[in-house]
Ligand binder design. Structure first.
Ligand code: SAM
Ligand code: TMP
Ligand code: ZN
Length: 409
């Protein structure tokens, strides 16, 4: 086992700062009849590049194991995210897609949650999505979609066939792609001279501030900061011209890149860079502090769940998120502590959570009857879920949260 690796952006030395040990694929929900010996595991560990400051996984999972016809995550499962992406599309339509016959390409369009609005507006678009199950849902909603991984070759072919893109957009996808060099080469081949590449992903600053260690799992290969994104952009003749913090998914940043020299950076870029420097985001003592807090959350959460069991309280989980794989497997939580997790995603229901083998059931099971305590694994959708399940608390039920600290109430 090596505690160093090579940076996937600049080839610098990456030094490890946390090891979660053997972990399964976060979205590989297995049928109850599956042979557990067939389950795929890898070492989930995270490090920082001492050259370009990019935070990244130490080991990479082959992409076909994660993104395939049965990829279970459907972006439209959350009302809040649907509204977020509708607003995003409306904003792009009003600001960047105003010329004659504008063209937008989305990397990782999933079920078309964003492009549906673009399609309805009659604007030329293309979603590039390797997971054919979700891609077919996008197509059924009138979205033009190509089943492939976006990389340099794909992008060049699109440029040749359909001309330059005014906007290239990606949400919760760029951080999933270890071969970023190829993606950025593709972006520069496809982007119109005055076009923008806009992407939004979980912010490492929020992960540190909230100890949201469950953002770290197989699919999230990179953990971006303003500084590391700016350095990555510069390597490809691109410039970071705007950053916007977003409240979704536990704290994200929307980055806007343009060809170097074509747009003046907004003051937000320098302001966030200064904030990151003041916070010493990737300094060794900051990362060591994060590591200590992660261990603390693990110890407190497992102690709380054992105590609840000892008292005979009925505990269930809510939201079989990809993030929950890290929590459950790192903390050693299985069906003896949490007998089932409710989730609204049909593709997850009737299956077992990866590695921890907790049954996933439909949301109706939650109220049948209400448990004493529910662990909110989908904490990033807290407002939406707690509003929907208000009757649970009204009936005396309590929620357990573990971000930013273990809390019951
Ligand atoms: N954009 C949606 C959202 O924000 O909800 C989907 C995010 S989902 C977590 C990541 C998506 O990226 C998956 O649908 C996956 O199939 C897709 N993906 C992974 N690698 C990709 C690549 N190289 N090119 C395009 N899409 C990719
Ligand atoms: P995410 O954190 O990756 O978006 O995953 C959220 C998971 O939580 C997903 O499996 C769907 C589930 N979920 C519910 O079960 N009920 C809900 O109301 C919401 C918003 C999500
Ligand atoms: Zn680097």
């Amino acid at each position: 086992m090596s505690t160093t690796s090579r940076c996937r952006v600049c080839d610098g030395l990456v030094t490890e700062f946390f090891d979660f040990g053997r972990q399964p694929l976060s979205d590989a929900f297995i049928p109850p009849t599956a042979d557990p010996a067939e389950e795929f595991f890898f070492r989930l560990a995270v490090g920082v590049c001492r050259e370009c400051t990019m935070v990244q996984l130490m080991e990479e999972v082959p992409r076909e194991r994660m993104f395939h016809a049965d990829y279970p995550y459907h972006s439209s499962g959350s009302l809040v995210m649907r509204a977020h992406f509708e607003a995003t599309a409306e904003r792009l339509l009003a600001t960047e897609l105003t010329g004659p016959d504008p063209f937008i390409v989305e990397i990782g369009c999933n079920d078309g949650v964003m492009l549906r609005t673009v399609a309805r507006a009659g604007v030329r678009h293309l979603g590039v999505e390797p997971s054919s199950g979700v891609a077919n849902v996008a197509a059924a909603h009138g979205v033009r979609v190509q089943h492939s991984f976006f990389e340099a070759e794909t992008a060049r072919a699109i440029a040749e066939r359909e001309g330059p893109a005014d906007v290239i957009y990606a949400a919760n996808t760029l951080c999933h792609i270890p071969y970023l060099g190829s993606v950025l080469a593709g972006v520069t081949a496809l982007l119109a001279p005055d076009g923008v590449f806009v992407f939004e992903d979980p912010y490492f600053g929020d992960i540190i501030a909230q100890t949201s260690f469950d953002q770290i799992y197989d699919e999230h290969f990179f953990y971006f900061t303003v500084r590391s994104v700016r350095a990555m952009a510069a390597r490809h003749g691109l410039e970071l011209v705007d950053v916007q913090r977003l409240p979704v998914h536990g704290g994200e940043i929307r980055y806007t890149l343009a060809r170097a020299g074509t747009r003046a950076p907004t003051p937000a870029v320098a302001a966030l860079l200064a904030e990151e420097d003041a916070a010493r985001l990737v300094a060794p003592d900051t990362l060591a502090g994060f590591a200590a807090r992660v261990r603390g959350v693990r110890d407190e959460l497992t102690a709380l769940l054992r105590e609840l069991r000892a008292r005979g309280e009925r505990v269930v989980g809510y939201g079989a998120t990809a993030k929950s794989a890290t929590v459950l497997n790192y903390c050693g939580i299985g069906p003896e502590l949490i007998p089932f997790i409710c989730d609204s995603t049909p593709a997850k229901q009737g299956r077992l959570t990866p590695g921890s083998h907790i049954p996933v059931r439909e949301p109706a099971a939650f109220a049948d009857p209400y448990p004493d305590v529910a662990v909110l694994f989908a904490w990033n959708h807290a407002e939406e879920i707690m509003a929907k399940e208000a009757a649970f608390r009204a009936s005396g039920g309590r929620w357990v949260r573990y971000v930013p600290r273990v809390w019951i109430g």
